[in-house]
Write a protein that binds this ligand. Sequence first.
Ligand code: NDP
Length: 483
Amino acid sequence: MTASFKNFIAGDWIDGVSTVENRNPSDLTDLIGHFAQAGADQLEIALDQAQVAQSAWEGYGIERKYNVLMAIGTEMMARAEELGTLLAREEGKPKAEGKGEVYRAGQFFTYYAAETLRHMGESADSVRPDIEIDVRREAVGVVAIISPWNFPTATASWKIAPALCYGNAVVWKPANATPASAVALTEIIAKQDIPKGLFSLVMGAGSDVGQRLVESPKVNAISFTGSVPVGKGIATAAIQNLTKIQMEMGSKNALAVMDDADLDLAASLAAGGAFGGSGQKCTASSRLIVHASVHDEFVEKLVAATQKLKVGHALEDGTTIGPVVSERQLNENLRYAALGQSEGAELIIGGTRLDMPHDGYYMQPGIFVGSTNDMAINREEMFAPLAAVIKVDSYAEALHTVNDTNFGLTSGIVTTSLARASHFRRNARTGCVMVNLPTAGTDYHVPFGGRGDSSYGPREQGTAAAEFYTVVKTAYISSGTPF
Ligand code: NDP
């Protein structure tokens, strides 16, 4: 019998008004379970209890909060193999990457556990005599977290951990494509020493429970990661209630390969950055901007590196690229493979659906050459195992092309020139810049976010997260009548 999974609302596990089934994209005969969909009334209960619980949580004191966050992170790291396998089973990334993601997610909790103890304010003298000023950050209140399927555990964790650290209550709506990872994380949070209703899980469709959540005046802040159109819709809803928002959205990251680059390194960075996670990363290198003098040699090495990647079942040893997440995503990817060719780019390898022993959403990583930066395949986020090579004649043209996009999350350069690396670091208009490193792959203790259509609102992660999850209070204190 297939397992059914409930929502966690106001401290209780409860059935929804309906369920959705969740299948393994590596093997569609593998039914992972039926997952509850929260109703409108249930969402209201979660929000009402979150308001009550948030006040209680603020009174817990920093050491008790530290213990909660540390316990969550420690358990996630200890269970990374088990939970990473579940993640890989429902999302499709190779098991080792699933394990790595869960471990990293645990690190967000242990990092923010430590931050609870570093929650310091500032003090100042007033310009008026005998008055002191105390400046400190307080919780925003009830935070709605809306997370995507591509990093279902890590993205949610880098939002939930700081939200709780800084004293907020959380109502979490995960992507319906990856509910099992959401339930697993919630089970760990639910058993901690937290006020009833401090943390609620409300699974359901974005267009239903997600939309209700972002329209609610009971929500004080919304942290979202996903697509640009949905992000814009959320911003429109949020502004009606003047709700604080933080959004991480699409991208069109470029890796620039210069004429002085180590081409073996460049090919390995490009293949890993473009095709890792089946290209379903907001930090994926989907534009490869290559100096003409090394173009042909680079492409040859890139094709060789890509051919070494093994597409297969996410849970099988040796798989380096799993399936894409869904039929819809696969069809969209195949549409882009055709679109690039109709625009005049040449698809020299891959870009096709793969028939495998298991029925799943498998796709051969594809490389376009002869593409130009004005083509749709170089302007729109594809979220696919597809990369397009753009030939340029100089470093200046490469930098201009990197910056010629509506997005601005990450960019990278492969070069042995310190002068170029330094110039690129200063002049690339992206939130993250990588030198001789893949565009994908960031640390958990420093800010993460982008420019342009990629991000909106304060940065995530590191100490920068305090900007979003807190409000500043400035208190003036007089000792009253002088004695
Ligand atoms: P969406 O933006 O549709 O979904 C992201 C999250 O928002 C999900 O939890 C989704 O719920 C929820 N959501 C959807 N509609 C609403 C709404 N009206 N109100 C509130 N929440 C909502 O992205 P998709 O998952 O459909 O992916 C589509 C494309 O988005 C990808 O191909 C990629 O280009 C981009 N994307 C980018 C990501 C990034 O990291 N930059 C991450 C994920 C997607 P549900 O899925 O349950 O409907």
